[in-house]
Ligand binder design. Structure first.
Ligand code: ATP
Ligand code: MG
Length: 262
């Protein structure tokens, strides 16, 4: 039987490809992705961000790039939209925000293929890929198309998220994508004016899981209302950089990603 991963072709000009996944939906993949991208950019790297959540793209809104239509170059390539110095591509640029996408496998494969082959990414140090929730077709298609240098798993502290995250870990291991580590998002909350942090979610077995599976906890990002506000205003937290712990968490994440992918 032919090995589907034999189709992998490196992307010319792109040094590192990193996927951000979670298994579970709504745990903060897109938030982690846009802030990691912004932080890497600030450190002087050339960064692209591919929103591979074709069914629910969040990147255009979170990066303040709604209703943008990517121009087409003379040789027919799609030119990414640039925001905050980061090159962006998303299905959200190609369809209206309130339009549902009803696609089956082959169309999905074609769209993902186009995101790699027909987009003029140029020279990049990092291409970050914001994955949709789950362990389905999109992740596998990406893994088949391009060599992925690392996966970041986003998880909230509770077991209900861990169950799905562990499936994502399993998937990445099966398709030979190195796991850079786990980002524990919404790990705790310190109410304004207080110094005492509270756990928003019942803390499950996440630390034990990380230890048993030989993984690395990359960072803990607290629950911070700034992050929700940033998603609405389209300015990433790491762009505005208010004084808060979450900024330090994302900074530390980007430093570790750089260290692990040299
Ligand atoms: N640390 C945080 N503190 C406060 N709000 C957060 C935090 N992380 C994410 N959020 C908010 O939680 C919501 C979900 O986050 P986000 O869209 O990043 O998750 P996701 O995993 O990409 O979701 P989906 O599975 O739908 O793609 C958003 O409204 C976001 O602003
Ligand atoms: Mg998302």
């Amino acid at each position: 039987m032919s090995n589907p991963f034999n189709q992998q072709a490196p992307l010319p000009g792109i040094k590192k490809v990193i996927v951000v996944g979670s298994g579970k939906g709504g745990v903060g993949k897109s938030s982690v992705c846009i802030n990691l991208a912004t932080s890497l950019k600030e450190q002087g790297h050339k960064v692209g961000l591919l929103d591979a959540d074709v069914y629910g793209p969040s990147v255009p809104r979170m990066m303040g790039a709604m209703n943008q239509k990517p121009p087409i170059s003379e040789d027919g390539k799609i030119i990414p939209i640039t925001r905050y110095g980061i090159k962006l591509m998303s299905m959200g640029f190609l369809v209206e925000e309130n339009q549902a996408i009803i696609w089956r496998g082959p169309m999905l494969f074609k769209a993902i293929d186009q995101f790699f082959k027909d987009v003029e990414w140029g020279e990049l140090d990092y291409l970050l890929i914001d994955l949709p929730p789950g362990t389905g077709d999109v992740c596998l298609t990406i893994a088949q198309k391009v060599p992925v240098d690392g996966a970041i798993i986003v998880c909230t502290p509770q077991n209900i998220a861990l169950v799905d995250a562990s499936k994502a870990v399993d998937m990445f291991k099966k398709i030979n994508i190195p796991i850079l580590g786990v980002v524990e998002n919404m790990s705790s909350f310190t109410p304004p004016g207080s110094t005492e942090s509270i756990e928003l979610f019942p803390r499950g077995q996440i630390d034990k899981y990380i230890e048993v599976h030989g993984l690395n906890k990359l960072t803990q990002v607290p629950f911070d209302p700034h992050i929700g506000a940033c998603a609405e205003t389209g300015i990433p937290l790491m762009q505005g950089k208010p004084e808060c712990e979450a900024v330090n968490s994302f900074k530390s994440l980007s430093e570790q990603v750089v260290q692990q992918t040299v």
